[in-house]
Design a protein around this ligand. Structure first.
Ligand code: GLY
Ligand code: MN
Ligand code: MN
Length: 440
């Protein structure tokens, strides 16, 4: 199923957004085309909000949804796109152009993108405020401010000032946080492909391989099985490299006796998976690796057992942290009282990140974590990760047997009416099962 083949799918999202924000206009620029050098481009991936509301995968475009009267739900959709240009299309591929913007993507009116600042003042006549995210694309910001200023001037001595700007990630975050049944199907599929790749890599990895080789293998398996790209750059971290949380070099040899931390997720039709597994490069865990692994797994399972409607991510994090702190005490990495360590945050030396983040079109997805200043309660349709970790830096002065060990175990969780579904359950994480796989 391709979302872009579902008629009305994107329109129903636009309708619902506009119905719930009477008087407001929304301006969503696409991502620009980014040049790497001369006429070589970086791979293009559409901006998530823009794709969520249009399904259009072209760069240098802009979606404007603007009310046509003060009655809720009455609005027009404008698409500003790159106009057709046979010479350019011969080099860069076909464009939908102004006609495609209307016929295929449902715009009421379409214009060439270079007319954005001159058309906008008129389009925004009936708007009382504009949802537009400043600071992402300087060129778009310039066009927006030109348009808003010229709209203000056109009102003469009416006493009306600039239209107020608001962040569209508020309303869009709220919509994108709750996944529809179609979106859930896409996420299930992406998680399945990702889990299968992790499982395959776990069996394949041998001492003497390079981290880069594993990175390429994961990429290959994701794309061979239907993902379009990665949801984020893979972290392929052998041994002490796993203690660097956002390790990106992925270019060292994997050694027997080390663990490999693999954090990789495929993107399937614009929805990302996010899995981490940590397993031996060779056949066995050392005794210290095994103790640390069991601690992280215990914390992760405890977190997952709490996932259901009504609970908060903050409660899950707190519980995961208590398990980790008890473990750090019994491994003699910390001394003192658990409550005190939880209060001071001393455990962050070994577990510095959060347990969860929302997931969806972006791996760290939009959506507020607080509501009225309080952690929000989980509801059916929300998807997030549970990913405790344990990292002992090479320079850590504590127990040397744990130095250079980095472990994270990460699964993707969908909240359902009655509890939760672990979307990434297909990849094993029990230590005995991993050892069995590593021993053929
Ligand atoms: N892969 C990024 C994360 O786990 O949050
Ligand atoms: Mn994650
Ligand atoms: Mn991850």
């Amino acid at each position: 199923m391709l979302l872009t083949q579902l008629p009305g799918y994107f329109k129903s999202r636009r309708d619902s957004l506009m119905r719930s924000h009477p008087g407001a206009a929304f301006v969503f620029p696409s991502h620009p085309d980014c040049i790497r050098n001369s006429d070589v481009h970086f791979p293009f991936r559409q901006e998530s909000n823009f794709f969520y509301l249009t399904g259009l995968e072209e760069p240098d475009s802009c979606l404007v949804l603007a009310p046509t009267s003060s009655k809720p739900g009455l609005y027009k959709m404008f698409l500003f796109v790159l106009p057709r240009n046979p010479e350019k299309e011969m080099w860069e591929g076909e464009r939908y152009g102004l006609e495609g913007a209307q016929k295929i993507f449902g715009a009421d009116e379409s214009y060439p993108i270079h007319e954005l600042d001159t058309q906008l003042p008129e389009i925004l006549q009936a708007s009382e405020k504009v949802f537009y995210r400043l600071g992402l694309h300087p060129e778009m910001d310039r066009r927006m401010t030109t348009a808003l200023e010229s709209r203000r001037r056109s009102q003469g001595r009416s006493g009306k000032g600039l239209l107020p700007l608001e962040d569209p990630n508020g309303p869009l975050g709220e919509m994108r946080l709750f996944k529809s049944s179609e979106e859930i199907e896409l996420m299930r599929k992406g998680c399945k492909i990702t889990a299968a790749a992790h499982q395959a890599v776990m069996s394949e990895v041998r001492p003497g391989m390079n981290e880069g080789e594993i990175e390429a293998l994961v990429d290959y398996l994701f794309r061979k099985n239907g993902c379009q790209r990665l949801g984020y750059p893979s972290i392929v971290a052998g041994g002490k490299n796993a203690t660097c949380l956002h390790y990106r070099s992925n270019n060292e040899l994997l050694k027997d006796g080390d663990l490999l931390l693999l954090d990789a997720g495929g993107e399937y039709q614009y929805y990302s998976a996010d899995i981490t597994r940590t397993f031996p490069v060779g056949k066995e865990f050392t005794a210290s690796q095994a103790r640390a692994y069991d601690l992280v797994l215990r914390a992760q399972k405890e977190g997952i057992s709490m996932a259901r409607p009504g609970v908060t991510l903050s409660q899950i994090h707190h519980q995961v942290c208590s398990v980790i702190v008890d473990g750090l005490l019994s491994l003699n990495l910390l001394k003192g009282k658990a409550e005190e360590i939880l209060k001071t945050g001393e455990y962050r030396r070994f577990y510095p990140h959060q347990t969860s983040h929302w997931m969806g079109m972006d791996v760290h997805d939009v959506g507020l974590y607080l509501q009225g200043g309080e952690p929000r309660r989980l509801e059916a349709g929300m998807v997030f990760t549970i990913e405790p970790g344990f990292y002992v830096q090479p320079s850590d002065p504590g127990a040397s047997e744990f130095r250079n060990i980095g472990i994270r175990i990460e699964d993707d969780i969908l909240i359902t009416a009655g509890g939760c579904e672990v979307l990434t359950r297909d990849v094993i994480k029990e230590r005995a099962e991993i050892v069995a796989v590593k021993n053929g």
